[in-house]
Design a protein. Sequence first.
Lengths: 95, 165
Amino acid sequence: MSDLDRVIHEPGRLRIAALLSGAKEADFLFLQRETGLTKGNLSSHLMKLEEAGYVEIEKAFRGKIPLTIVRLTPQGRAAFEGYRKSMNGLLKQES
Amino acid sequence: MNVKELGNRPQMYLFSDGVAELMIGLFMFLYSAALSLIVHLPKNWGYGWGGFAGPILLALGGFGMMRGMKLLRERVTSPRGGYVVPYVAPRNRLVWALGGGIMAATFGGLLALFHHSEAEFWCAVFGLAYAITGCYIGWPICSCWRRFPARFCGGSQAAAAIWLL
């Protein structure tokens, strides 16, 4: 259990990482809708993931509309896959 | 929390607004319109440059379709539900997007080189033009290769190759 990545293990961040694993990039609104987190909560989790180097956040404009685009970095993708394998291994040991 | 289901949501989101189905329906309509154009061309146009009208119309229609899909999503879907681009593992794109097209292009090219009549030559050339156009249109569709539209595109290309043979 001590080998689990604590950054991804937190439920809110796990949801974000799981969603981003299926996306090349996604915006803040999509992540907010699909995770069910509040704006403040989501921002905080994204900041932690960015500090760990697992996501990159890009502020862009589409015309006059601001857009916050989030992507999983290769390091983030590898960390998520590693977390999944660790959890699967743990659950197999338990059963 | 189902992690696998969460990972599939970006793909599912693209098909939740009906824009992809609408555009694929338009694509099928254009495809059949292009084919019937060939059938209804005057006889002296049948084997000549006029026969390229079908692939050109298809390519332009495909370009318009991609632009239309992008605009509809930007104006209608993204402001309400957000913006997302599904992740496709690099190896998946090539298989379905190019596989059928390469088959059709190979058979068309061989037939064009070793034809026995003028009719056979033009048939092969048009087949080649359709294969190239199909790849151009099929590439973005086949970016979600697990879905029916991608398999339909690859399957129809392969069927065209077998028909040419």
